[in-house]
Design a protein around this ligand. Sequence first.
Ligand SMILES: [Cu+2]
Length: 164
Amino acid sequence: MKKILITTLLAVTASAWAQSPASVEIKDPWVRATVAQQKATGAFMQLTAKADSKLVEVKSPVAGVAEIHEMAMDKDVMKMRQVPGLALPAGKAVDLKPGGFHVMLLDLKAQVKVGDVVPFTLVFEGKDGQRESVEIKALARPLNIAAPAGGMKGEMKPAEAHKH
Ligand SMILES: [Cu+2]
């Protein structure tokens, strides 16, 4: 009972923090908390653009590098790779979630602990090439939350997948 209550409160708080701009709605941003010495993790959210646009850049002061990644099955192995941008078709909710698109945070400067509030800058580009930067804050949640049941078997550990 107590656990359910806490989860609900966190969800409410996280969405209240997402300051959506006029052109892209940002829902429920969160970061996967890390263990000590871990140098990489993922950030997740749902993006809905009013007009066709792209997520082209992500920055966060907690990471030396932030990249946009996609994950896909390749011969039974879940692999991830960097993509230059994430297309956001007008009116369509695009999920960044474990096992799919995500923001990869590399070269972490400190452990991301459960309950930490992590600031991000998201850069969106419209069809006309106009860029818009949006500041958001994402809540750090435990490692094991929201992983799709059975779907993450072949996932590389971020720390192993990125040795650069
Ligand atoms: Cu990744």
